[in-house]
Design a protein around this ligand. Structure first.
Ligand SMILES: Nc1ncnc2c1ncn2[C@@H]1O[C@H](COP(=O)(O)OP(=O)(O)O)[C@@H](O)[C@H]1O
Ligand SMILES: [Mg+2]
Length: 369
């Protein structure tokens, strides 16, 4: 039975996701539950809507809300003012039906949809390189176009990362080093589940077959490798959440740190990485004064970068997570930004992040009515 919700007077926000034949809708249900609970506490009516159910000509929509801890109920809800886009996968987003619906939302006069699309890694670096200010934080990055492009790049940067343009969670990442003093000077490391496999060779040609096999079918980037600051031999980097809030401008919601697992070439927690306190790590490596200076520069850079990404994307963005590295000399580097941030495990960042979603919704509604 579908019953009409009585709370029509509140500002209405819908979380957009994909329908699913087996489990009604896709996406992280715990995250959706937290978002809905926070929104309600802040005076909003919030529900989950699927692309399929989002009928832009209807005054009411079929949506989902939690009914108890594990179950969800389907009801009719008023048409939303803001759509919070949480379509979980690139493959879904790329479907023509989904693309058409997102475009229609962006054109709709009474609807605010921000963060319309996932980012592509190569475009992110192109955008950063378009501004003199943000260029300084972008490692040299090129598209992998066959053996000669790799050969050229390793001449100027003997330490390289190879990453899929649309990768996530460390999938498909490789690392290539050229150390001329060694008997087998070329070393390739390929990330697998938790560790990595190393191949050594006398020439780059010999490793190329391996790289080629690993990359076929997917566009890849070659990127200058950064010697990350490390504690007890384990490199770490920073995960930031940058969000717009009540004033409609970007600021840093929180900064976390992730330290690489013993045999991993990335810092992802599912790959053996660990969650750390950024201030503690930076202080241990750089001392208290420089660590404060670095954190200040990180905050400033993150906001500049977020603005530049929004400008480059030519869409309204409301939030992004960002991976930033600090090298052994204390300089900052941008690795990537994600348009659908995952839940932060740090409780204070998590709480603020949820509240800021609705502060921004409030801003959007107030300024666009
Ligand atoms: N150019 C680089 N130099 C050094 N480390 C890097 C570089 N690029 C990526 N990494 C490491 O690998 C991790 C994952 O890279 P990232 O670009 O964020 O890919 P993913 O989308 O898989 O998370 C980063 O957080 C960082 O620890
Ligand atoms: Mg990342």
């Amino acid at each position: 039975m579908i019953s009409r919700s009585p709370e029509a007077a509140k500002p209405v926000v819908a979380i957009l996701t994909m329908s699913d034949p087996y489990r009604m809708f896709r996406g992280n249900r715990h995250n959706f539950q937290d978002i809905i609970r926070t929104g309600r506490d802040m005076g909003f009516e919030v529900y989950v809507v699927t692309v399929k159910d989002l009928d832009l000509d209807s005054p009411v929509l079929r949506g989902f809300i939690p009914a108890g801890d594990q179950t969800w109920e389907q009801k009719l809800f008023p048409f939303p003012r803001v759509i919070y886009n949480r379509i979980p996968a690139r493959e879904d987003e790329a479907k023509p039906k989904v693309t058409r619906k997102i475009k229609a939302c962006l054109r709709h006069p009474r609807l605010e949809l921000y963060n319309p699309y996932f980012f592509n890694k190569r475009e992110l670096f192109d955008w950063l390189n378009q501004s003199r200010q943000t260029r300084q934080w972008a490692p040299a990055t090129k598209k992998l176009k066959g053996f000669s492009s790799l050969c050229d790049m390793i001449k100027s940067h003997p330490y390289l990362y190879l990453k899929p343009e649309e990768g996530k969670a460390g999938h498909g990442i490789m690392r290539l080093k050229h150390q001329s003093s060694k008997a087998l000077p070329y070393r390739l490391q390929i990330q697998n589940n938790r560790g990595s496999t190393t191949y050594k060779a006398a020439t780059l040609e010999r490793l190329w077959q391996r790289v080629y096999k690993e990359t076929t079918g997917e566009p890849y980037l070659i990127q200058q490798g950064i010697e990350l600051a490390a504690l007890h031999g384990r490199p770490f980097d920073l995960r930031l959440l940058v969000q717009k809030a009540e004033h409609g401008s970007f600021s840093v919601t929180g900064i976390g740190a992730r330290m690489a697992g013993a045999d991993s070439i990335t810092t992802h927690v599912p790959r053996g990485g660990s969650i750390e306190d950024p201030e503690k790590l930076l202080t241990a490596v750089f001392g208290p004064e420089r660590s404060q200076d670095i954190l200040g520069r990180v905050r400033n850079a993150a906001v500049q970068i977020a603005k530049q990404i929004e400008k480059g994307s030519e869409y309204q963005l409301g939030e992004m997570s960002m991976d930033l590295g600090i090298d052994t000399s204390g300089s900052l580097w941008f690795f990537e930004a994600n348009a659908r941030p995952m839940k932060f495990d740090e409780p204070n960042i998590r709480k603020r992040s949820l509240e800021r979603i609705f502060k921004y919704c409030h801003y959007l509604i107030g300024h666009r009515s």
